[in-house]
Design a binder for this molecule. Structure first.
Ligand SMILES: NC(=O)c1ccc[n+]([C@@H]2O[C@H](COP(=O)([O-])OP(=O)(O)OC[C@H]3O[C@@H](n4cnc5c(N)ncnc54)[C@H](O)[C@@H]3O)[C@@H](O)[C@H]2O)c1
Ligand SMILES: O=C(O)[C@H]1O[C@H](OP(=O)(O)OP(=O)(O)OC[C@H]2O[C@@H](n3ccc(=O)[nH]c3=O)[C@H](O)[C@@H]2O)[C@H](O)[C@@H](O)[C@@H]1O
Length: 400
């Protein structure tokens, strides 16, 4: 088991041996060795953007059994529809599955009647859960700033109570757990690019704190369980990730710019620009000043990095991101160039505490995981455009 540390090596090394696999799972393995999958993997937040791509990749391995829990706040069952009904896949609904539904009808009707009829049945990580699994990818948490700021108390609960619950589960069944932390733990960074040793510059009482301080506490909890109980932990610090399947009105910059540009062009196509300009859709909304930077990682690279981290020997935290750095103005220009150079830009007001620069130092990921991103922004944007056009029902116009 790994005992490498970060932060200049000033953290304690592991004093306890790693936990044994769940006794339940162990006996099942020997009893049914002929059909038992090698790994039962829980993905929290598996109906979301990164989570559903991760599920796709994990399901490619026939030795894996994948279980998803989600409360569908920002995720959707649609993202998982190709796996629903697959024998190696399970989407947990309020802690019981379809076969048990009839047996539990009274219980369910009395407690969840409205949910059964009107809403997809969901599982929230702020509630405790007992499952027999070997690995936990803990992603559940709204990621887009407009969504995580919508109900900040719930965001904090998800990060703190949700992570505690998943750590409790990992401890009980002897599972390895990976947390998807964030580059937001570096706040508005004074060091650039950001190395894992950097402790960050975070406002503890700002409107983003529910998310960035929430993730910092989640990291603390992970390390405390690791030191105190010998839990096998992995922490990924994810930098801005984009790709197909992001919510169209997610609010994050890449999805906003692509949706705005496609919508602008579709209106432009119907209404001649000279006569009805207000019908032409929204320009690209660049939040002031537009010189702030981000480094964008394509989702397949991200998923590859997460799996390498989970399956490797290093606890992290490890930055996983693409070091290619762009100002928001440069990103807007790249989207214009791709979709339609005539789409206008509009400078709009920014939100408080927006980090002014962000770029990962990925030396650790390269050295410890043998990972580096393969897909550049210019290669990834067209893949996302194609997916957004399909979902918006706006095909690309063929050049004459
Ligand atoms: N996408 C990025 O750029 C990025 C960057 C850094 C970190 N991350 C982290 O990666 C993870 C996934 O991000 P994403 O971009 O796929 O976001 P997303 O919003 O698409 O997915 C999050 C999923 O978690 C679910 N969820 C939220 N709260 C929950 C709760 N209390 N209980 C159960 N499910 C809950 C949502 O319904 C959704 O399906 C998050 O933890 C996020 O903080 C993402
Ligand atoms: O990578 C990360 O660690 C974090 O990145 C994002 O947070 P943020 O970078 O603020 O994401 P966006 O909302 O996409 O904003 C990026 C930049 O684009 C700008 N922006 C956003 C939206 C828009 O329409 N226009 C625009 O210029 C924002 O001002 C900001 O400077 C994610 O949403 C977080 O969940 C994640 O943890």
């Amino acid at each position: 088991m790994a005992s490498e540390t970060v932060n200049g090596g000033d953290q304690q090394t592991i004093t306890k041996p790693p936990p044994l696999p769940s006794p339940l799972r162990f006996s099942k393995f020997f009893q049914f060795v002929s059909w038992q999958s090698n790994l039962r993997i829980l993905v929290t937040g598996g109906a979301g953007f990164i989570g559903s791509h991760l599920v796709d990749k994990l399901m490619e391995n026939e030795k894996n059994e994948v279980i998803v829990i989600d409360n569908y706040f920002t995720g959707s069952k649609d993202n998982l529809k190709k796996w629903i009904g697959h024998p190696r896949f399970e989407l947990i609904r309020h802690g019981f599955n379809d076969d048990e539904k009839d047996k539990n009808m009274v219980y369910k009707v009395s407690h969840y009647a409205v949910l059964i009829i009107d809403l997809p049945l969901s599982v929230d990580v702020t509630e405790t859960l007992l499952l027999e699994v070997d690995q936990i990818y803990h992603l559940a948490c709204p990621a887009s700033p407009i969504f995580y700021k919508y109900n900040p108390v719930k965001t904090i609960k998800t990060n703190v109570i949700g992570t505690l619950n998943m750590l409790g589960l990992a401890k009980r069944v002897g599972a390895r757990i990976l947390l998807t932390s964030t580059s937001e733990v570096y706040g508005d960074p004074i060091e650039h690019p950001q190395k894992e040793e950097y402790w960050g510059n975070v406002n503890p009482i700002g409107v983003r704190s529910c998310y960035d301080e929430g993730k910092r506490v989640a990291e603390t909890l992970m390390f405390d369980y690791h030191r105190q109980h010998g839990l096998e932990i992995r922490i990924a610090r994810i930098f801005n990730t984009y790709g197909p399947r992001m919510n169209i009105d997610d609010g994050r910059v890449v999805s906003n710019f692509i949706a705005q540009a496609i919508r602008y062009c579709s209106w432009n196509h119907i209404a001649p620009p000279a006569c009805i300009p207000f019908l032409m859709g929204e320009p690209l909304t660049v939040q002031a000043p537009g010189t702030q930077t981000r480094s964008f990682c394509y989702v397949s690279d991200m998923v590859d990095g997460l799996i390498r981290l989970m399956d490797g020997d290093h606890t992290g935290p490890i930055n996983i991101g693409n070091p290619g750095e762009f100002t928001m103005m440069e990103l807007a220009e790249a989207v214009k160039e791709l979709i339609d150079p005539k789409v206008p830009l509009k400078i709009v007001e920014n939100t408080p505490d927006d980090p002014r620069q962000r770029k990962p130092d990925i030396t650790k990921a390269k050295e410890l995981l043998g990972w580096e991103p393969k897909i550049t922004l210019r290669e990834g944007l067209p893949l996302m455009e194609e997916d957004f056009r399909q979902r918006l029902g706006v095909p690309k116009k063929q050049a004459n």
